[in-house]
Structures are given as structure tokens and as C-alpha cells.
Design a protein around this ligand. Structure first.
Ligand code: ZN
Length: 289
């Protein structure tokens, strides 16, 4: 089955939801770095959460979801674009215990969500890390920062990363006060293996068999890292010709490493000189004709 995100609504209520299941996308992240077991599952859940949030915020652009802490795991980052391409990475110190709770791994820290629309201002929301799961942290963020009642369930193993989100639409009063409680309680009966293994259709039927659920066409999710040699060259040009020449003299070559996809870009002396002989004037660089 393809990696998919599916949206659904509960008819005649202001409640909507999404389910996502990632396999190839998740495998693309795992095969690029040797993540310790304890960290892997958190990162998988964070990927599923980022896909769900990107879809729910109806953003045209990119969403960057970060967990920063002072513990053994200092950083988890997932980037998801509105076309549902994603990438992820993490920073951790040498030895991680195999079994460890999220708050002990990450320590004190914050959850940062950055929205980078294709046009217009970027937006950043920050909340302290409260809760002992990614799902709790994200629910807390949505309540505080977006004032949206949102509940999530996430799961991840070495094969899949998956999740489900339920949200009460703002500014639309519930006709029946009990709807939200009943539907989130039904959602709460979901088991991790159901999220990881069942299709959206089967999952929703199993959880909400007495509810009137409308499931929309799924959207495909894929791994993609937009880094490129040309992009790295642009960054190097900004350092300026002299600085680059100095770096090449010291180290024979400049190596730049993309932390998301693990791609290495090397620039030797000739490549470095080539950076500054294009016709396009680059900031901080000189242009020769
Ligand atoms: Zn990359």
C-alpha cells in the first residue's frame, strides 16, 4: 500500500479527522541514519504528527516541527510540505538506553512549530514540553497556540509510522454536546497495531461503525529532500571568496553534509574557484567577467 493521508468528516457535526500511514517515507528516513531504537519510535511518531498537522492547518508551504531539549536527545526535526513531501532528522549523544520515556530522553525543552508559507510571513509557535508522549505534546500545542480542540493517536515501529487526528472545527457549535466526547472516546479505543496495519477505511469502520463518516480521496505522502549541490554552492558563495579560499587551503576540500538525507557535497580547490566565476553576482562574492 502507498503512503497515504486520508481526511474524513463526521456528517452533521463540526468534527473532522485524518489518518496517515507511512511506510516507504519512514523507511527512507531510517535507512539514512542509524538511529538508536529509543529515538526511532519517537521520530516516527513525530513524522506522523507533522503530516497530520500540515493537512489540518491547510497550509500552502512548509511546516517544520521541532522538539528541542537538554537531554540525551537534543533535537528532533520533521519538515512536511503541503504537497506531502517530508524529511526528518535528529541529534542525540552517544549512548541511549534502549527503553526510556520521552521526557527522560529529551529532558526540559520546547516544542517549536514553524509555518513557512510559499507567500507571506512565516509564523512560529512555541510551547514547553508537557506530557510524556508526542501526541500529548502536540494536542497541548494545538490547544494553547491554535485554540483548537485536537486529539491525536500516534504509533511507530521499525516498519511503519502512523497516526490519527480528530478535531473540533472552531466557530461551529456542536448540535449535540455529546458528539465530541463520544467520538473522541471511540477514537481513544484505537490500538497502536490498528494504526500501523489497517487501511483508513477498515480502521474508521472498526472504530466508528455506528457513526456517519465520510472518507475523502487520500493524498500520497513521499520522502523528499530538496538539498542540492547548487543550493550548497549558493551558501558557500555567501561566505565570500577569501573565506572559501582559506577553508580550502586549510582542509584541501570543503565538505558539506545534509543532515536530512545524509548526502555529502565536496568542493575541492578547483570547484571552490568555480564558485566565483559565474556571471551571476552572488551576495558577498566577487564576479569576474
Ligand atoms: Zn538533503
Amino acid at each position: 500500500m502507498q503512503d497515504q493521508l486520508s481526511r474524513f468528516i463526521f456528517e452533521n457535526t463540526p468534527i473532522r479527522g485524518e489518518v496517515v500511514r507511512l511506510e516507504a517515507t519512514w523507511q527512507s528516513v531510517l535507512e539514512r541514519h542509524d538511529y538508536p531504537v529509543a529515538l526511532r519510535h519517537i521520530l516516527g511518531e513525530l513524522m506522523a504528527a507533522a503530516a497530520l498537522l500540515t493537512a489540518t492547518l491547510k497550509l500552502d508551504g512548509a511546516l517544520v516541527l521541532q522538539i528541542q531539549g537538554d537531554g540525551l536527545v537534543s533535537l528532533l526535526v520533521v519538515e512536511c510540505n503541503s504537497d506531502m513531501t517530508m524529511r526528518a532528522t535528529a541529534k542525540w549523544s552517544d549512548e541511549l538506553p534502549v527503553e526510556e520515556s520521552l521526557d527522560r530522553l529529551v529532558g526540559n525543552g520546547k516544542c517549536v512549530i514553524t509555518l513557512l508559507p510559499s507567500e507571506g510571513q512565516s509564523y512560529q509557535g512555541v510551547v514547553p514540553l508537557e506530557g510524556d508522549s508526542i501526541a500529548e505534546i502536540i494536542s497541548g500545542y494545538m490547544a494553547r497556540s491554535e485554540q483548537l480542540d485536537t486529539v491525536l493517536w500516534l504509533a511507530s515501529n521499525d516498519r511503519n509510522a502512523a497516526g490519527m487526528l480528530l478535531q473540533k472545527l472552531p466557530d461551529q457549535p456542536l448540535q449535540d454536546d455529546d458528539d465530541w466526547n463520544r467520538i473522541t472516546q471511540l477514537g481513544g479505543t484505537v490500538k497502536p497495531h490498528e494504526l500501523l496495519e489497517l487501511s483508513a477505511q477498515t480502521l474508521l469502520k472498526r472504530l466508528f461503525f455506528e457513526e456517519d463518516v465520510r472518507l475523502f480521496e487520500p493524498q500520497e505522502v513521499t520522502f523528499s529532500c530538496p538539498c542540492s549541490r547548487a543550493g550548497v554552492a549558493n551558501v558557500l558563495r555567501m561566505l565570500g571568496k577569501e573565506e572559501i579560499a582559506k577553508l580550502v587551503d586549510e582542509r584541501k576540500r570543503i565538505e558539506v553534509h545534509c543532515e536530512f538525507c545524509n548526502q555529502r557535497y565536496e568542493f575541492d580547490k578547483i570547484d571552490a574557484e568555480q564558485l566565483f566565476v559565474t556571471d551571476i553576482a552572488a551576495p558577498g562574492g566577487e564576479t569576474r567577467h
